[in-house]
Structures are given as structure tokens and as C-alpha cells.
Write a protein that binds this ligand. Structure first.
Ligand SMILES: NC(=O)c1ccc[n+]([C@@H]2O[C@H](COP(=O)([O-])OP(=O)(O)OC[C@H]3O[C@@H](n4cnc5c(N)ncnc54)[C@H](OP(=O)(O)O)[C@@H]3O)[C@@H](O)[C@H]2O)c1
Length: 298
């Protein structure tokens, strides 16, 4: 069994690498080794695999509003090239998408088949990736997730942690609701799903929501990060001010309601939902995060 992982230096890719280690089944490819936009890179990389996991994407939501061509190359043309090749070679694809395909106007949780209507360019480009995969492939799994955090690279958790360690006061949006999702939990879940998807009788292809629980606002997320810091003996004096998204000057609009209903994935893949607060504590105690804390302690 051979599984290709594209975008291996993404947050999720790095956690996936830590999860499966040097397992012979998984082959990891960085952007340098396989650029999603390059048909020739894909043709060199993909054949011979039984499954492809695509973690590569243009993920800077704010910059997507300006760098539309770069965004479309990674989030539309790349997935299109990949889907066409996977279709030709009859290789199933696991692809990651986002809560930002929705406009956030629904009152309850979003189900997989709810009407999409992105309100920022990143969300629109990720929706294009979903549509093009659905157009060219029958055997695909699209995992929609949200607010990914972890010990790798940059994310909201690490930004807040640094602000607190620097003693800076922060102002955080409290009128957008969603679910923080641990990158390591996603990596573990992807391994579980990959295993199922390569079973000969597997047929439940399609879109799945996978996030952490419980839902919260960005403000509540930042409060939790601060509490964990203080609970672990850090002397944090930063204040957190709750603010409305109306007071911010972001180019990209974000949905007010990003809550995804994850019951379908739980049922089909026997997934245990992840309490993101526990995962946050594990990440906090990881060597990578402790090294950051120690840097500020000097
Ligand atoms: N982060 C979130 O909160 C979030 C929420 C919902 C969904 N998602 C989705 O989850 C997936 C992984 O997200 P992440 O946060 O783990 O990603 P990330 O850390 O931002 O990394 C994205 C990766 O994609 C690579 N990449 C960009 N363009 C590429 C191209 N043309 N060819 C090959 N690789 C390319 C980048 O390579 P370089 O390292 O060389 O730049 C980078 O390693 C993405 O599909 C994203 O849309 C993320």
C-alpha cells in the first residue's frame, strides 16, 4: 500500500508525519518536491500510489483577497490537475476544505449538503477545489474543517501565546462562532479515514465535516489559551478585550457562524469527537511549545 501526502510541510502534514513516522505506506512531498500546480510534478509523483492525501493549499485568508492568481493556482488549478490525474489513474483522493465555503447566515450547525455561499476569496477558491474534484472524480473524500491549531507553524494559538508571553494586551473578535480543531487530531483522523477508504468494499465517498468541540468564539478560544498559560504557572498580565468583527479592518470577511455538524463523519468512520481544550493542553505541553516559552523566559 502506498499513500502520497502532498503539502507535507503544512501544519496537518507535519503532525501526520509525526503520527505515522517512517511508515513505509506513507510518502511525503513538500511543495519543492511536488508543486500541485505543475502537471509534470504530479505525473512524476502520483503514479504507483493507492491513495493521495492533499494537504497543500493557499491558506492565507487575508492575502487571498489580494493575491488572487496565486490563490487560484494552489486552490483551483492544482486540485483540478490532481483530480484529472487521479481520475485517469483511478486513485482515490482525500482533500481538505473549510467552513469558509459557507456564508455563516444559518442559525444552526452546517450539514455537509447545506447550500454553500462563500463570502471571501479563500472560501470561494476552496469551493472551486471541491467542485472540480466532484466533477472529475467519483472516489474522493473532502474533509471540511475549521480553525486549525497546534504546535506546528503559525496559527491562532501560537499567535496568542506569543502575545501573552510578550505581555501585550489583545483585542479578539467575539461575534464569530466556530470550532477550534487540533491539527494532530485531524492527522490521526485522516490516518483512520485513509485506512477505511482503501478497504475494497468502501463506498461512502463524499464530503465530511470534521472539527473539534465545543463551539466557541475566537474570544473564548483566546481566554482558554490564557487560562492554560496561567494554569501552567506562567505569569501572564495581558488583558483580552472582546470586540465585534465590525470594528476590524480585515479585507476578507469571515462567516459569523462557522459551526459544522460532524455527526456524519462520526457515524461513517467511527470517529470520536475531539475536545479541543484537552488537545490544546497536550500541544501546550509539547516540546515545541515549551521551547517557545523558554525563549521568552531567558
Ligand atoms: N488552517 C486552518 O485553520 C484551516 C481551516 C480549514 C481548512 N484548512 C485546510 O487544511 C489544509 C491544510 O491547512 P494547514 O493550515 O495545515 O496548511 P498550512 O500550514 O498553511 O500549509 C499549506 C501548505 O501548502 C503548501 N502549498 C501551497 N501551495 C502549494 C502548491 N502550489 N503546491 C504544493 N504545495 C503548496 C505550502 O507549502 P510551503 O510550505 O512551501 O509554503 C504549505 O506547506 C488546507 O487545505 C487548508 O485549506 C485549514
Amino acid at each position: 500500500m502506498a499513500i502520497a501526502v502532498l503539502g507535507s510541510s503544512s501544519q496537518i502534514g507535519m503532525d501526520l508525519f509525526e503520527e505515522v513516522g517512517e511508515s513505509h505506506a506513507y510518502n511525503f512531498y513538500t511543495r519543492e518536491q511536488c508543486n500541485l500546480y505543475s502537471k509534470s510534478d504530479l505525473k512524476k509523483t502520483i503514479p504507483g500510489h493507492d491513495l493521495v492525501i492533499n494537504l497543500a493549499a493557499y491558506t492565507n485568508v487575508e492575502l487571498s483577497e489580494k493575491n488572487k492568481i496565486s490563490c487560484l493556482r494552489a486552490n483551483f488549478i492544482g486540485p483540478k490537475n490532481l483530480a484529472l490525474l487521479c481520475s485517469e489513474l483511478k486513485i482515490p483522493l482525500i482533500h481538505i476544505s473549510t467552513d469558509y465555503v459557507f456564508d455563516g447566515n444559518k442559525l444552526g450547525r452546517y450539514n455537509e449538503n447545506d447550500k454553500t455561499n462563500p463570502i471571501n476569496f479563500y472560501g470561494a477558491s476552496k469551493l472551486l477545489s471541491e467542485e472540480v474534484i466532484n466533477k472529475y472524480l467519483d472516489e474522493y473524500l473532502i474533509i471540511r474543517t475549521s480553525w486549525v491549531f497546534g504546535k506546528q507553524k503559525n496559527n491562532f494559538f501560537k499567535t496568542m501565546l506569543r502575545m501573552f508571553l510578550e505581555g501585550k494586551d489583545v483585542s479578539v473578535i467575539d461575534d464569530q462562532l466556530g470550532a477550534p480543531t487540533s491539527s494532530l487530531y485531524l492527522a490521526k483522523t485522516i490516518v483512520q479515514i485513509a485506512k477505511r477508504s482503501i478497504e475494497t468494499n468502501f463506498s461512502q465517498w463524499g464530503i465530511y465535516n470534521i472539527t473539534g468541540f465545543p463551539y466557541c468564539s475566537w474570544y473564548q478560544f483566546s481566554e482558554e489559551i490564557k487560562e492554560i498559560c496561567i494554569g501552567h504557572g506562567l505569569n501572564i498580565n495581558s488583558t483580552i478585550e472582546a470586540t465585534s468583527s465590525k470594528n476590524t479592518s480585515y479585507m476578507a470577511k469571515r462567516p459569523e457562524n462557522s459551526r459544522l455538524n460532524t455527526e456524519k463523519a462520526q457515524k461513517v468512520f467511527d470517529i470520536t469527537p475531539d475536545d479541543w481544550k484537552s488537545s490544546l493542553i497536550s500541544d501546550f505541553n509539547s516540546k515545541k511549545i515549551q521551547n517557545i516559552i523558554n525563549e521568552y523566559d531567558r
